[in-house]
Design a protein around this ligand. Structure first.
Ligand SMILES: NC(=O)c1ccc[n+]([C@@H]2O[C@H](COP(=O)([O-])OP(=O)(O)OC[C@H]3O[C@@H](n4cnc5c(N)ncnc54)[C@H](OP(=O)(O)O)[C@@H]3O)[C@@H](O)[C@H]2O)c1
Length: 251
């Protein structure tokens, strides 16, 4: 496969490169600052099938130049992974409109611009797929914990973008999916600092929103599950929203 990944400098994007590269796929790993992406550079040195391209998803010139660099050859998988959590927690008391706008730019608008720029290459791909790394936090139905106004709404907008892309690109044979990586374990205590009853209440809401104990997952396992899922998804699944275990998520 020929794969392009956005936001590959660290986190989930870098792990996608780490897992796809040894399989021999041609990986176009994109990031904002290739000169600072040491871990990506190490992967490229070990795997000649990895190419590093510069891409800032909110910069129109950068998007155009990256698409030109990616070239005319077919693209089989576009992974819109780059994301921005914002500076503010986005609670009712701390919503920051400027920060929020930047999150919309990176999380919702950027992926559409990147996808549009790469359409000529995707049209030449084999069973081409566009995958958006979204979040269960973008699900309106599964919102049981409230708060996170900025992040939730930017991911809900991303989901709407992906769903429209799925409809619009179906006639061209391009499938589009939203996937949620699960709650990738970064060691934080989601019920920290609360009394017993509040902890219990919050834990119950957390399970309702994130889907049980399987929601907490290591970076390696989350990405491994998502690569398996992406492989398995067929054109008949296009327009769907799935968690890392392949279970359909409600919008
Ligand atoms: N981790 C989780 O638990 C979790 C859960 C649900 C969904 N997600 C989603 O999964 C994706 C990856 O998350 P992560 O935890 O790996 O995040 P992360 O560690 O914060 O990495 C974010 C990546 O996005 C890149 N990025 C940010 N703004 C960009 C821009 N304008 N143009 C290009 N790249 C940009 C960053 O590049 P720089 O290095 O240049 O900043 C970085 O490579 C995100 O979309 C996130 O919303 C994550």
């Amino acid at each position: 496969m020929r794969i392009l990944i956005t936001g590959a400098s660290r986190g989930i994007g870098l792990e996608f490169v780490r897992q796809y590269a040894p399989l021999g796929h041609e990986v176009l790993a994109t990031c904002r600052k290739p000169h600072d992406a040491d871990e990506l550079e190490e992967l490229r040195a070990r795997h000649p099938n990895v190419r590093i391209l510069e891409l800032d998803v909110v910069n129109a010139d950068s998007v155009r130049e990256c698409a030109a660099e990616a070239g005319a050859r077919g693209l089989d998988l576009l992974l819109n992974n780059a994301g921005h959590y914002g500076r503010s927690t986005g609670d009712l008391d701390t919503v920051d409109p400027l920060d929020w706008m930047q999150m919309f730019e990176v999380n919702s608008i950027g992926p559409l611009q990147v996808t549009r720029a790469l359409l000529p290459a995707l049209r030449r791909g084999t069973a081409p797929k566009v995958v958006g790394v979204s979040s269960v936090k973008g699900s309106i139905t599964r919102n049981h914990m409230g708060a996170s106004y900025q992040y939730r709404s930017s991911k809900s907008a991303f989901n709407a973008v992906l769903r429209s892309l799925a409809v619009d690109l179906r006639p061209q044979g391009i499938s589009v999916f939203a996937v949620s990586p699960g709650w990738v374990d970064q060691g934080e205590d989601v019920t920290g600092g609360l009394g017993f009853d509040d902890r219990l209440r919050k834990a119950r809401k957390f399970v309702a929103e994130f889907g049980g104990s399987s929601a907490r997952v290591s970076l390696q396992e989350s990405v491994s599950r998502m690569t398996t899922l992406i492989d398995r998804l067929a054109d008949t699944d296009s327009g769907g929203f799935f968690d890392h275990l392949g279970r359909p998520l409600p919008w």
